[in-house]
Design a protein around this ligand. Structure first.
Ligand code: DGT
Ligand code: CA
Ligand code: CA
Ligand code: ZN
Length: 589
């Protein structure tokens, strides 16, 4: 039997499309969500789905039940899933694409298709321009204008960069595959460079640097990897390939003696490198990817070379502190490095607990106990169960009664931890919905009972600036709201941020002592690096949370910490680096 290979992104995209088609035909919402959950798990799995299948372990993936596992087995065996193909024949691709237009949910897309026969973005645009949409019941002139604006936004997205959360697992998998394809001693060193090493939130292409005594063998093995769909360029020192996902990967082989300069050069950013080159020139050296060459304008005779095996040595030679890659964006880091005044950036190991995550009491996949144990196994000392409140569309939220039941469960677990002498506490909170009016999804007397309240917006994200800002401020000024969750609501590559006046909201957070979240999920990274840095400048405290919906969901914390590092944050700026009591003491009220 032949086995077909697919990337995790391929499979996740396929399942997402099935979910979208099920929504269009009005299928049971639990089925819709099941496909979304499975897609999400597979996208962020960190293991090759091919390998999981080969090991007969599909069912161990969170959110993959028997039905989806059977479908995936059929996919790997035959390259197709009959049921999915039937569904695809029923609902055209163009209708699914229409759902990518901002504000175009499945209900709207289904009606436009079924009632007006619109089955592509191009047809949608034409119909909106011709004023045909407003003939449809419930579609005013206003929603027609909104759709036109949405279509334009979508077209501007144009030449797509790949979200960090997709590029990073792919790059790691590719590097593991490359090592495996070669004899043990073929690669002496291999590292990520470019924007991926800087943890930029989107990636143009992946850059990998290798030291090898057998460069030809490395290049040949690289071109032949299963993830590789196409070879764009192949030379002695550089090969560029296109992966099956469309992502480009550049592999360069460099000499060991040039490593420090090469890694520095190819890590970028370009703007950072320009500043470093200026500093070298002032000292009479020209800098390139091989090292320094004396210009003759300094003390060293013209043409003299300096090579560096380590980046630290290169920066040090120029009188600079080594600059962490996350800072290399020409945002003042070169000056700070020159003054030996770079911040001591927060590290993953500084995180002692999390304050935002979900259980089966709302849309999580695991029980309170399972999530707590997963948090504990990461070395955390506390975890706040913050299930969605009522008031959020498709998710069954928690109300007063459900929260009471959950509180009993939490108390019992905490009692066990105390009995066993285990230093771990489950907190009870909620991710309370900030409703379109600015009211919260739970009454104040219920919120008052909870340990840590996160307030977030998930719907009506396209309200105008004034409305959505006022709505958010209302929550920030509520004395029971401790943390503002994923403030702008953006989904990288899928949904633009809301029109929120972030500056005003951050000022209010600083004034009221409301903590601002960096949501670590790589599709959110919200606040982003720039806003997070501004938040600290304004005097805000921050929290970094993975917003885990399953036990493996904690994996994404590294993306949140990287975003915090890009924002120049130290451990002191982030409340969940503190021991439990200190952390609680930093909350409002
Ligand atoms: P990306 O790929 O758009 O996400 O961003 P980067 O920063 O990874 O850019 P990329 O892949 O074009 O190049 C990687 C690094 O190599 C870049 O940050 C700086 C350096 N680099 C590459 N080519 C040049 C060049 O022609 N001039 C300069 N100054 N630097 C370059
Ligand atoms: Ca790159
Ligand atoms: Ca590149
Ligand atoms: Zn959440």
């Amino acid at each position: 039997m032949t086995t077909h290979r697919f990337t995790n992104t391929d499979v996740a995209t396929l399942l997402d499309q099935v979910s979208a088609r099920l929504q269009i035909i009005g299928a049971n919402r639990f089925r819709v969500i099941a496909f979304q959950n499975a897609a999400e798990s597979i996208r962020t799995l960190g293991r090759s789905i091919n390998q999981v299948y080969a090991d007969g372990e599909l069912r161990t993936i969170p959110g993959v039940g028997k039905g989806i596992a059977d479908a995936l087995t059929e996919l790997f065996e035959t390259g197709h899933v009959a049921e999915f193909d039937e569904l695809a024949a029923q609902v055209p691709d163009g209708v699914i694409e229409m759902m990518q237009v901002p504000d175009m949910g499945p209900k709207k897309a289904a009606r436009l298709w079924q009632e007006l026969g619109i089955a592509s973005i191009a047809e949608l645009k034409a119909a909106a321009e011709a004023g045909e949409l407003s003939q449809l019941k419930g579609f005013g002139k206003k929603s027609e204008q909104k759709i036109l604006k949405g279509v334009e936004l979508l077209s501007q997205r144009g030449d797509e960069r790949t979200p960090l959360g997709d590029a990073r697992p792919l790059a790691l998998m590719l590097m593991a595959d490359l090592r495996q394809a070669l004899p043990d001693d073929a690669i002496q060193r291999m590292e990520i460079a470019g924007s991926l090493r800087r943890w930029r939130e989107t990636i143009g292409d992946v850059d990998i640097l290798v030291v090898s005594r057998q460069p030809d063998a490395v290049m040949e093995a690289f071109r032949g990897l299963p993830l590789v769909a196409d070879v764009a360029l192949s030379g002695e020192t550089k090969t560029s390939v296109i992966l099956t996902t469309g992502l480009q990967v550049d592999l360069r082989v460099v000499g060991e003696e040039h490593w420090g300069a090469a890694w520095q050069y190819f890590t970028g950013s370009k703007d950072h490198n320009v500043r470093v080159r200026e500093i070298a020139l002032k000292q009479g050296w020209s800098l390139n990817e091989y090292g320094l060459t004396a210009t003759g304008k300094g003390d060293a005779p013209e043409g003299e070379e300096r090579l560096f095996q380590r980046e630290e040595d290169l920066y040090g030679f120029l009188g600079l502190e080594w600059v962490p890659p996350e800072l290399r964006e020409n945002r003042g880091e070169v000056q700070a490095a020159l003054a030996h005044d770079l911040p001591r950036l927060i590290r993953l190991a500084d995180i002692r607990g999390e304050l935002h995550g979900h259980t089966t009491y709302s849309d999580g996949q695991a029980s309170v106990a399972e999530m707590a144990e997963a948090a504990r196994s990461r070395g955390y000392k506390y975890w706040n169960a913050s299930d969605h409140s009522v008031g959020l569309g498709i998710v069954q939220g928690v109300d007063d009664e459900k929260l009471r039941r959950q509180a009993e469960e939490i108390e019992e677990m905490n009692w066990h931890y105390a009995q066993a002498g285990i230093d771990f506490r489950i907190l009870q909170g909620s991710e309370v919905e900030i409703l379109a009016s600015g009211e919260l999804g739970l009454p104040d007397e219920v919120l008052a009972r909870l340990d840590v309240v996160v307030a977030s917006i998930h719907s009506a994200l396209r309200q105008d600036r004034e409305t959505i800002t006022e709505r958010c401020l209302k929550a920030v000024y509520n004395p029971h709201v401790d943390i503002l969750g994923h403030p702008t609501g953006r989904l990288i590559g899928h949904r633009p941020p809301s029109d929120l006046d972030v500056e005003r909201v951050l000022q209010a957070c600083a004034e009221t002592g409301t903590v601002v979240e960096i949501n670590a999920h790589p599709s959110r990274l919200d606040l982003n690096d720039v806003y997070a840095r501004r938040a600290v400048e304004l005097g805000c405290k921050l929290a970094i949370n993975s917003d885990a919906h399953e036990t493996t969901g904690f994996d994404v914390m590294e993306y949140g910490v990287a975003t915090a590092r890009r924002a120049w944050l130290t451990a002191a700026d982030v409340i969940n680096t503190r021991p439990l009591d200190d952390m609680l003491g930093l909350l409002k009220g």
